[in-house]
Structures are given as structure tokens and as C-alpha cells.
Write a protein of this length. Structure first.
Ligand SMILES: Cc1cc2nc3c(=O)[nH]c(=O)nc-3n(C[C@H](O)[C@H](O)[C@H](O)COP(=O)(O)OP(=O)(O)OC[C@H]3O[C@@H](n4cnc5c(N)ncnc54)[C@H](O)[C@@H]3O)c2cc1C
Length: 488
């Protein structure tokens, strides 16, 4: 097989039978027809179609090293700087399609799988079979163009104790049995985005394990089909209310479901396992394989696209109501421009300083990407704030599409016009601003960006610990010592 079309994506989904609990219903299929999912599924199908469009196919695909067929660029193992640039351009095409609002497009996990498979020798340290398994799985994902979701953290029951100690060790997903063919997993993981319409679930190592014997059952990495028996998803209330695109322009296209993941004695065959019972290995899963670097390369490209969208939106908004010339408005716009240029500079630096790692993969420089992933969770929070401040009451003067064509049409034309727009045009624009900064969809986006890479507080702690500050300390110390010398 090769890079999928939208139709092929939908066909595979129609054959999949994931168990999804949603608003009192239990679905075992028919995901693409369900009102909670059908719109976002259609948007995902559009992404797959882009892989075959004349405009984008050269960037979005490359020739598979095994079949020669075009496969998705996010699977490309970068060896040259052209490869890295091609990967970034491909990320950008998909990110632009949703203004960066889709966080879990396939290229995110594909980037991770590419890096993990390149580091197959690292997995083989524990067991040669694991190295072979990750390599084979990556090839399968690439050739079948699978859409993967992932789940990492244990349920949020009591964060004062380790995940392994929740409810006497009977809560977080863990290995409860091993048989001749594989392992059995019981318990839960907190969240998996896009789970109802993904093809596969990657159950990857949880946040730092201590490496004690108690951690053993919680130390694993594996991949299973989304409709594996015993696997259940509990979806949150959908934020796509199945309203017209005019009224909910973002939620009606880009609403990615988030689900709690329950493992009810799920059997995982050995050939689907990449690590088992080895906490130390699991703790190095992302950093030692450079998987986190390639994932962040995709994420910073996406957040750049999102920031471009915010800048375009705020410009339309301020021009529409004639507030561009006020200095505090310009200060806010300057903040968005600065964020955009900062992200672009990080991406450029990461690519310019890329180095070939021990597995022969050209790997973007981690320092600028790490800085970007520490900054964006906070920087993004300012965007909805700025839009709300500048949009003000206009964000409430937002009748629906039916009003624009209904009995209120003349009033809307007369009283809701703006400096540059007709009444209908202004309402359309302000509904988009509303869906970016006020609606439930927009709140979920803000929460998502804040927690994207984990808790920013603990991420900052890890950042400080891992950053080599010795040269700077020595520099200042030398300056201090120089003072003493000059005095004596
Ligand atoms: C919209 C959305 C989608 C998501 N999608 C996915 C997904 O697809 N797959 C996936 O695996 N995960 C997903 N996540 C989960 C995400 O990885 C977590 O939100 C993130 O890792 C933070 O963990 P938590 O939510 O359990 O917060 P908690 O760890 O429970 O933290 C809650 C609060 O307590 C504080 N706190 C807790 N423990 C400590 C501590 N030890 N030290 C200091 N402070 C502490 C935190 O600072 C924070 O303020 C998603 C989250 C969101 C919001």
C-alpha cells in the first residue's frame, strides 16, 4: 500500500470496531457517521487527499524504500538537510489546513515512530526481538499509512503518590499476566486524543518511573489496533455541536475528541511489544531515541502555523473596527509577531545546527526546540486574551447564519456593519474570533497547548536540571575573582 487517500482512510475506519462510550451510548463502529466525530473525520480525510493533490504530493510524499510507492513524508528518515526541510514543509502543509488547530494529525506520531525505529539497536539492548518489533511496526505504519494515537499518563486520582500506588496498585494500566504469546494489560490511562477514529493505539512509557521492582508491571511500550478486544474509550462531551460552519467555524471542522482509556484484560502479542518490565529503558524512551526531538520539530511547525493564523485573525479584527492605530493595540499585535518570529527562529536554528546522531539520523538541534516547547504553552495563553480584549462587545454581537438570512437581515446589515465590512461579513469574522477565544472549543485549545508536552512546571524543572549552566557560572565566577585580584 501507499500514502492513503481520504476515501481509503474512511474505508478502513468503516471496518474498524473500537468500543467508544459517549454521552450514554456505546459505539462499536460507525464512527464516521456519528455527529460527534463525522466533521473532524472528514477534515482528516481531506489531509489524506492532500497527499495526492498536484499541489502538495511532492512535499507530502516520498518513495518508500521497500515498495517504491509514495508514502507520507513524516515517515522519512532524515539523512540530509534537504530531508529535514522536506519534513518541515510537509508538517506545515497539514498544519496550515487546520490553522494549527489539529494537534494529533498522523505526522506527530509518525515522527516518533520514525525516530524509534531508527534507534532499533537501543530497544535491542533489552531483547533483540524488541529492536526487530519496532522496526517492523514502523514499516507497517509507513506502508499502511496508519493513523496512531498515544496514551502516556496514569489516571489523575491522587498525584501525591506515584502512579504505581494508585488504589493499591490496582488502577493505572499494568501488566497483570504474561503467557506464551504476550502480556495482559489491566487498568486505565488518563487520556488519548483522536482515539475514536485512529487506527492504532500506542501505549508508551508513562512519566518517570523510579526503576524499583514495583515499577516493573508499569514499564512497557506497545502498539495495538484500536479495536482490540477489551480496549474501551470513554469520550468527553463533544465540543462540535453539529452546527453550521458559519456559526462554529473551528469546532465544526477540527474537534479532536479526548478519551479516557480502559484496558479490560487486553492481550498484547509479543510481536507488538517494544519494551517490557524495564523501567530504566522506559525512562530513556524519548530522549535516548531522539523521538522527542522529531516530535517537537513537528509540533513547533504546527504552532508556527497556529501563530500565523492568530496574527492574520487579529489583523482582520483590528482593521474591521478601526482600532489599528491605537498604541496598546499595536503593542498586543507586536507580541504576536514576536512570538511568530521567535518560533521561526527556533525552527531555523534547530535545522541549521542539526547533527547526525549515533543511529545515522540527521537530528534537529534540541536546544532551540526545547526552548520553544517550554515557551509556547505560556505564550499561547495570551492569544485568546488579546482577541477577547480587542474584540470586546463585538464578540457578543454574533447572530447566527439563520439570522443573517432571516427576519433580522436588514438590522444586521444596518447596525452590525464595521469600518471595512458589511454586517454579514463582520458577523462571519467575529464568529471565527469567538470560536478562537471564547467558545468551549477555544478553551480546550488553550488547555491543550498548556499541557501539550506535560505539566509546564515539571517540564521547567527537567529543563533546568538538564541544561548545562556550568560555563555561565564559571564565567561569572571568573568576573568576581577578577574583582578580588584588582583590589589586591
Ligand atoms: C486537551 C488535552 C489532550 C490530551 N491528550 C493526550 C493524549 O492524547 N495522550 C496522552 O497521553 N495525554 C494527553 N493529555 C494529557 C497530558 O499529557 C497531561 O495533561 C499532562 O501530562 C499533565 O498531566 P495531568 O493532566 O495529569 O496533570 P497533573 O499531573 O494531575 O497536574 C495537575 C496540577 O497539579 C500539579 N502537580 C501535580 N503533580 C505534581 C508534582 N509532582 N509536582 C509539581 N506539581 C504537580 C501540576 O503542576 C498541575 O498544576 C492531554 C491533555 C489535555 C488537556
Amino acid at each position: 500500500m501507499a500514502a492513503r487517500t481520504g476515501k481509503e482512510f474512511l474505508e478502513r475506519l468503516s471496518q474498524s470496531r473500537p468500543t467508544v462510550h459517549i454521552q450514554g451510548e456505546t459505539l462499536t463502529g460507525g464512527i464516521q457517521e456519528h455527529p460527534a466525530f463525522r466533521n473532524v473525520v472528514r477534515t482528516y480525510a481531506e489531509l489524506y487527499d492532500l497527499q495526492h493533490s498536484d499541489e502538495h504530493k511532492d512535499v507530502l510524499t516520498y518513495a518508500s524504500p521497500t515498495s517504491g510507492e509514495p508514502v507520507g513524508t513524516s515517515f522519512l528518515t532524515p539523512r540530509t538537510s534537504d530531508d529535514l526541510v522536506k519534513r518541515r514543509k510537509a508538517f506545515k502543509v497539514w498544519a496550515d489546513h487546520s490553522n494549527g488547530m489539529l494537534g494529533r494529525t498522523g505526522d506527530y506520531m509518525n515522527s516518533s515512530l520514525m525516530a524509534l525505529a531508527s534507534a532499533a539497536d537501543w530497544f535491542a539492548q533489552a531483547n533483540p526481538a524488541f529492536g526487530e518489533n519496532i522496526r517492523r511496526y514502523y514499516e507497517k505504519a509507513r506502508e499502511e499509512d496508519l493513523l496512531c494515537t498515544h496514551t502516556l499518563i496514569p489516571p489523575q486520582v491522587n498525584r501525591a503518590v506515584a502512579g504505581t500506588q494508585q488504589a493499591g496498585g490496582k488502577l493505572a494500566a499494568r501488566i497483570v499476566k504474561e503467557d506464551d504469546n504476550g502480556v495482559v494489560i489491566r487498568g486505565a490511562r488518563m487520556l488519548a486524543t483522536i482515539a475514536p477514529f485512529a487506527d492504532e493505539m500506542l501505549v508508551f512509557p508513562s512519566t518517570v518511573l523510579r526503576g524499583t521492582p514495583e515499577d516493573k508491571p508499569y514499564s512497557y511500550a506497545f502498539a495495538i489496533p484500536n479495536d482490540t478486544p477489551g480496549l474501551r474509550y470513554i469520550a468527553r462531551e463533544p465540543l462540535d455541536y453539529d452546527r453550521p460552519r458559519h456559526d462554529h467555524p473551528l469546532a465544526s471542522r477540527f474537534e479532536e475528541s479526548d478519551c479516557v482509556v480502559v484496558f479490560d484484560d487486553v492481550h498484547v502479542p509479543f510481536e507488538r511489544c517494544f519494551a517490557l518490565g524495564d523501567a530504566e529503558l522506559c525512562n530513556g524512551f524519548y530522549s535516548q531515541t531522539a523521538s522527542v526531538v522529531h516530535m517537537t520539530h513537528q509540533v513547533v511547525t504546527r504552532t508556527t502555523a497556529k501563530t500565523e493564523y492568530i496574527l492574520g485573525l487579529v489583523t482582520l479584527l483590528t482593521e474591521a473596527i478601526g482600532i489599528e492605530q491605537f498604541q496598546h493595540v499595536q503593542e498586543d499585535i507586536a507580541e504576536i509577531i514576536t512570538t511568530l518570529e521567535t518560533l521561526r527562529a527556533f525552527l531555523r536554528a534547530a535545522e541549521a545546527d542539526a547533527e547526525v546522531n549515533e543511529y545515522g539520523v540527521l537530528t534537529p538541534a534540541w536546544a532551540p526546540l526545547n526552548a520553544a516547547r517550554n515557551l509556547y504553552p505560556k505564550l499561547y495563553q495570551r492569544f485568546p486574551q488579546i482577541l477577547r480584549k480587542l474584540g470586546a462587545s463585538g464578540l457578543m454581537a454574533t447572530p447566527t447564519e439563520l439570522d443573517i438570512t432571516g427576519p433580522a437581515a436588514a438590522d444586521i446589515e444596518a447596525y452590525l456593519q464595521s469600518a471595512t465590512l458589511t454586517g454579514a461579513e463582520r458577523v462571519k469574522l467575529f464568529r471565527l474570533v469567538w470560536d478562537t477565544c471564547i467558545s468551549a472549543f477555544s478553551s480546550r485549545q488553550a488547555l491543550y497547548e498548556y499541557y501539550f508536552f506535560g505539566d509546564p512546571v515539571r517540564m521547567a524543572g527537567a529543563y533546568v536540571k538538564s541544561y548545562d549552566r556550568e560555563p555561565y557560572k564559571a564565567k561569572v565566577q571568573a568576573f568576581l575573582d577578577q574583582h578580588s585580584l584588582e583590589r589586591s
